[in-house]
Write a protein that binds this ligand. Structure first.
Ligand code: ADP
Length: 233
């Protein structure tokens, strides 16, 4: 690995056509540097989720290549995928928590799966619960948590293995304004602590508030990429 590429995401002329012949991405070239906070915006169906899925090799591009650390993600053998996916944490609109596990256990489970020792788990999980302001809810099951709290557990789980990148796919889509702003502030805090954040959203208010880099997708094409952008409909 070339050291100056560490954590750099690069899409080289990427197109994605799903089996059903729908064109999800068309000749997308983009670069995201470590520690950036990027909003990926565009209407539903514009290709935002596809960008995120391609980065963690959950989907393969039809054309073009995707690099992380200067390594071609599309050429990684299956056995290298768990390592890639530990370096890129993901949160979704619908949280995807395990309903039979408490907040603590949901987060601990991600560390167990990554092969950490019990002593590391019992040290780290309370720290991350503190970071997302859920220390008091550690033994609550998902059904005992509000939407905003569930999303904070999901974020804690996504960052517990210290990924280089956190991708959030419409993380506030199910939340009211108060909880939405808490999640946005948490993502900003995680970014300040050094993690690259990619936020896929169609919430204009959030994007305009952030005042950070904005990439706009329309029908699979990257139509704008601005350093301090606004959400232009
Ligand atoms: P967004 O996240 O911006 O809503 P997506 O990346 O989910 O957009 O979808 C982009 C386009 O690709 C849409 O037209 C969608 O219907 C299509 N698409 C996404 N996933 C699949 C799939 N698994 N099979 C077929 N078409 C898909």
């Amino acid at each position: 690995m070339i050291i100056e590429n560490f954590g750099v995401i690069y899409f080289d002329n990427v197109s994605k056509i799903y089996n059903s012949n729908s064109i999800a991405l068309k000749n997308v070239t983009l670069e995201i540097k470590p520690h950036e906070f990027v909003s990926l915006v565009g209407p539903s169906g514009a290709g935002k989720s596809t960008v995120l899925k391609l980065l963690i090799a959950e989907e393969r591009p039809t054309e073009g290549r995707i690099f992380f650390d200067g390594r071609d993600v599309t050429a990684l053998p299956v056995r290298a995928l768990p390592h890639l996916r530990r370096r890129v944490g993901v949160v979704f609109q619908d949280y995807k928590l395990l309903s039979g596990k408490t907040a603590y256990e949901n987060i601990a489970f991600a560390m167990e799966a990554a092969g950490h020792f019990p002593s590391e788990i019992s040290e780290m999980v309370p720290q991350v619960l503190e970071l997302v302001d859920l220390a008091a809810q550690r033994d609550h099951f998902p059904h005992q948590l509000s939407g905003g709290e569930k999303q904070r557990v999901a974020i804690a789980r996504a960052i517990i293995n210290r990924p280089d990148v956190l991708m959030a796919d419409e993380p506030t889509g199910n939340l009211d304004p108060v909880n939405t702003w808490e999640i946005v502030r948490l993502l900003e805090k995680i970014n300040e602590l050094g993690t690259t954040v990619i936020l896929a959203t169609h919430d204009k208010q959030i994007v305009d508030h952030l005042g950070r880099r904005v990439m706009t997708l329309e029908k699979g094409e990257l139509v704008r990429d601005e350093e301090r952008g606004k959400y232009i409909l």
